[in-house]
Structures are given as C-alpha cells and as structure tokens.
Design a protein around this ligand. Structure first.
Ligand SMILES: C[S@@+](CC[C@H](N)C(=O)[O-])C[C@H]1O[C@@H](n2cnc3c(N)ncnc32)[C@H](O)[C@@H]1O
Length: 273
C-alpha cells in the first residue's frame, strides 16, 4: 500500500516509511532533544523532514543519512541553503559515523527509525559508543519496553541487558499510530539512550557475556542452572552469590557479568568445567 504525501512522495513500505505529521508530537520530541548551537546532530532517516526543520533551525550542525534516493531532492529543496546542513545518501547500517566527528566533539543521534532495522542499527551505533553523547529514537513501543526493562519485568531480556550494558536507557513517552502517515499497525515510543562514560559493570569479555545472556534467555522459563548448564555448573553460580534456582528474568546485568567473568577466568587459566 502506498500513500501520497504533500510532496508527492509515495511512502514506501520496504524503507519502513511512516512519516510524522502530528505537530504536537514533533514539538515534544524536539523539546526532549533540546538541540542547541554547538551541538553536532545526526538524523537517521529524515524522510520528508518532519523533525529536520526544527533541528536545522536550532543552529546546531546537522548531518542526515537517508537511504531513499527519491527523498534527496525533497530534502535538498528545503535545506540545501542552510550552511549547518549536510545530506548523506546511503544506508545508515553501513555508514561510518566516525567520519562525521570533528575536534573531539560528541555526536547526538536522532531517528524516527524504520522498525525493521532498529535493532541492528542500535548495535551498529553502539560500536561508536565513545563518540556519542546521546541518542533519541522513535521505536515500536514494545521494543522500548524491552530496552528499558529491569529484572523481574515481563519485557526484561537479552536486548535490554545488552543495551543497558552500554547505555543509560530512559523511556520518554508513547506515541499513538495516528501521529504518522501512513499509520503503522503498532504503537510507538520515544527512548533516550545515553552511552555510559564509564561502564558500570565492565565484563572481561563482552562476547562471552553476550553468549551467557543469549543462552540464559533461549528458554526463559527454565531455572538459571538449567538454562546455563552447557556453560557453567550450579555450584559455581551459587558460589558467586547468585541463586542458581532463580529464573533468568530475575538476574541483573551485574550478575550476568559476574557469571561471564567467571567463565573468562576459567578460559584464561585453561581450567575446564
Ligand atoms: C519511519 S520513516 C521517518 C521519516 C521522518 N524522520 C519522519 O519522522 O517523518 C524512516 C525513514 O528512514 C529511511 N530509511 C530506511 N532505511 C534506512 C537506512 N537503512 N538508512 C537510512 N535511512 C533509512 C526511510 O527512507 C524513511 O525516510
């Protein structure tokens, strides 16, 4: 299905195009970001410029990354004359964000993201975590619930744990589907991610942490000891002060890090389970 916009651009499903048209929602997002002169903003997927106008007018440097070539003339017609605006046509998943950085300044990332690429894009951006001050994203509400969830919440799991490893996560506000054209089938929400300047729970080996968390949540109804039995025995979990009879959904990030650090120690000492 495609929908005509005021600029005669047909919204494309394959690019995840749902354009914001609700001025109240746009204002609220801009107020949450609070862009100012001296900031270096990067908007991913500017679309027809719903958020872009206020971001440019803030006086901040604004780079935008848009995949759809047909949107390029629409964006340039509105913003090409602004000397604080630069457009990069291409795929944000492959974009080298470090190429934008100047003089040690940090980037502020913004995006009403296509929902099909939001998780890989967040992890791509987290690989530049030290260059980023904060990120404001519109995502499926269910994804924001998962990002912000803590131990014991229904939505708590792998995505939230791994993003919270790198970032402070704040659920800002929900957005109804009527704010978009065409309206998506699901509700949305705005989330703020702020990369930690120092990781609160640094793991000895992040890929091991990822493996532990992935394995633990493959069958979330199992006890921790059963879920992790291919990696570590119950006594070793209990010896870390973690109840191996609990469910993975009750285990904190710090506790998952403790388990993965124990495995990393063993691997480095050549110790076998
Ligand atoms: C949900 S729309 C949001 C558009 C606009 N920011 C708004 O709020 O109305 C997502 C935008 O991301 C663009 N897009 C999709 N995949 C992309 C990718 N891989 N890299 C960069 N932009 C992409 C789409 O073409 C579209 O303009």
């Amino acid at each position: 299905m495609s929908h005509k916009s005021p600029f005669e651009h047909r919204a494309r499903k394959r690019f995840g195009q749902n354009f914001l048209h609700d001025a109240g929602v746009i204002n609220r997002i801009i107020r949450s970001i609070a862009p100012k002169t001296g900031d270096h903003l990067v908007e991913i997927g500017p679309g027809q410029g719903a958020l872009t106008r206020d971001l440019v007018d803030s006086g901040a440097q604004l780079d935008v990354v848009e995949l759809d070539q047909d949107l390029v003339p629409i964006l340039l017609a509105q913003f090409a004359l602004k000397d604080n605006f630069a457009l990069h046509q291409g795929d944000a998943l492959r974009f080298d964000f470090s190429s934008l950085q100047r003089d040690g300044e940090k980037l502020r990332i913004i995006g009403n993201l296509p929902y099909n690429i939001s998780t890989p894009l967040m992890f791509h951006l987290l690989s530049y975590q030290s260059l980023i001050e904060d990120m404001h994203f519109m995502l499926q509400k269910e994804v924001v619930d998962r990002l912000a969830a803590g131990p014991g919440d229904n939505h708590y799991g792998r995505l939230g744990i791994m993003v919270q490893y790198y970032c402070q996560v704040d659920f800002l506000f929900p957005v109804g589907s009527g704010a978009f054209n065409p309206a998506p089938k699901v509700e949305s929400a705005i989330v703020r991610l702020r990369p930690h300047t120092e990781l609160p729970h640094p793991a000895r080996d992040v890929s091991l942490l990822q493996q532990v968390v992935r394995t633990a949540f493959t069958q979330r109804r199992k006890t921790l000891r059963n879920a992790l039995k291919t990696l570590i025995d119950a006594d070793s979990i209990d010896a870390l002060g973690i109840d191996s009879g609990t469910r993975p959904e009750r285990v904190s990030l710090a506790q998952f890090v403790a388990i993965s650090d124990r495995l990393a120690e063993r691997a480095s000492s050549g110790d076998e389970e």
